[in-house]
Design a protein around this ligand. Structure first.
Ligand code: ATP
Ligand code: MG
Length: 423
């Protein structure tokens, strides 16, 4: 714990920041994500963090937790209502329409990495500024697309050596079959109105599906026997869902069907899914998403089917973090005298010019403290030059792990260090 003096300024509550050495791990995971997605043909979008509020009220839906309670919304100096983005999909769709990306290519695979903002109660796995890795595919209605994306996500967890993540899937139907389900569910809930929480009662008539997503224990209890959406799917939605399940079976990707998985946003159609990890405790969803075939059109674009997901970066790191090695400098150059520093500086510059990571202490502090720092930095080798070594014309090379030490003559230093880098 750092001690704060009274007059120091702190971050806004719940705004999560990533410091070294954790930031090294984040960077590695982010690189893995980019490599994997670019391999699957995705390209990055870097979008605005601030959007017109209407973008979210229209896409996520008025009777959702995000829009009703969690948005950072304010008026700017010209009295325009703006919102810090609470999620990425709405912004990606806005950009897809604004820049007519659908005209550039038939299938658009786009990904993003960045912060999201929600005014929620900060706790483990839940912050007010948090990070997501997300992606959206536009222009492909086939269940093959759903399967490809789910397989890709499972592959990502495998690359990071995260086990024990369970995939839950469901279908929410389409505009043909969902309205009658909504009515069925509404009548069911009206009969049990008294046992619903205030939010669910209020949303009951406009948006009864929200009750299926409610975390309140009495609501959970009340919906146990509720009608199940996947029993009232139209033939096309039924076909889409069973074909997806068939494909996942073919490729050996395990999943569980959860008929109550509706997600907290209104735009989904057909497939919805979550990847859950018991290890995370209460906030157990590490990634989530689904199909949203109507949203592009609802936000003013040409009717375009779409499928997407978002991964919670903090939760992902809770699962992956400690297993990942830090990417650290390979060699620490340790001078113990002014003339040694003078000798090592050109070598240091030379190594870093070749993009080989080396550190050099300019203060030539004690051997002990420099070695301690090298250890803390996770350095592989330390090259030590003190007065004795200067006299001898040879440096000491110390393997930081085995503590084994060898001598390297000054004239062969560069050559010898190159070899260490290639080990
Ligand atoms: P949850 O059920 O945890 O509230 P959600 O349904 O609100 O999640 P989405 O909007 O689908 O989540 O966001 C996708 C992912 O982003 C979540 O699965 C989670 O990993 C992460 N996430 C969502 N909200 C937060 C938050 N406040 N802090 C940290 N991560 C979050
Ligand atoms: Mg939430």
């Amino acid at each position: 714990m750092t001690v704060m003096k009274k007059n120091q300024i702190k971050t806004v509550k719940g705004f999560n920041e990533i410091l070294p050495p954790e930031s090294f791990r984040w960077r590695r995971v982010e690189d893995q994500f980019r490599n994997l997605l670019e391999g699957y043909g995705f390209a990055e979008l870097r979008l605005a963090l601030l959007e017109p509020t209407e973008l979210f009220t229209r896409s996520i839906g008025g009777e959702t937790d995000i829009v009703e309670k969690e948005m950072y919304t304010f008026l700017d100096r010209s009295e325009r209502s703006l919102t810090l983005r609470p999620e990425g999909t709405a912004s990606v769709v806005r950009a897809f329409n604004q820049y007519s990306l659908g005209k550039i290519s038939e299938i658009n695979k786009l990904y993003y990495v960045g912060p999201m903002f929600r005014y929620e109660r900060p706790q483990k796995g839940r912050y007010r500024q948090f990070y997501q890795l997300g992606a959206e595919v536009f222009g492909e209605a086939s269940f093959y697309q759903d399967a490809e994306t789910l397989v890709m996500l499972a592959q990502f967890f495998r690359i990071l050596e995260i086990d024990g993540v369970v995939l839950e899937i469901n279908s929410l139907g389409c505009e043909a079959c969902r309205p009658s389900f909504r009515e069925q569910l509404k009548s069911f809930l009206i009969e049990r109105e008294a046992s619903l929480c205030a939010d669910c009662r209020r949303r009951l008539r406009e948006n009864p599906l929200r009750a299926l997503d409610c975390k309140n224990p009495t609501c959970r209890e009340a919906v146990v026997a509720a009608p199940q959406i996947n029993e009232s799917l139209c033939a096309d939605c039924q076909e889409h869902f069973s074909s997806l399940c068939g494909l996942l079976d073919d490729v050996g990707l395990d999943y569980q069907i959860n008929s109550r998985l509706v997600r907290g946003l209104d735009y989904y159609t057909r497939t919805t899914f979550e990847f859950l990890a018991g290890e995370l405790g209460v906030q157990n969803a590490v990634a989530a998403g689904g199909r949203y075939d109507r949203l592009v059109e609802e936000l003013g674009g040409k009717a375009t089917p779409a499928f997407g997901f978002a991964i919670g970066f903090e939760r992902l790191m809770m699962l992956a973090g400690d297993k990942l090695p830090l990417s650290s400098p390979v060699i620490a150059l340790i001078p113990l005298a002014e003339e040694a520093l003078r000798l090592l500086f050109p070598l240091y510059v030379q190594l870093n010019r070749q993009a080989k990571v080396a550190t050099l202490g300019f203060q030539h502090k004690s051997l002990k403290s420099q070695l301690k720092k090298a250890d803390r930095d996770g350095v592989g080798y330390a090259l030590i030059v003190g007065p004795d070594e200067m006299a001898k014309g040879a440096a000491i090379c110390r393997n930081m792990q085995t503590k084994e030490q060898t001598e390297i003559g000054f004239d062969s230093l560069e050559e010898a260090l190159k070899k260490l880098y290639h080990q």
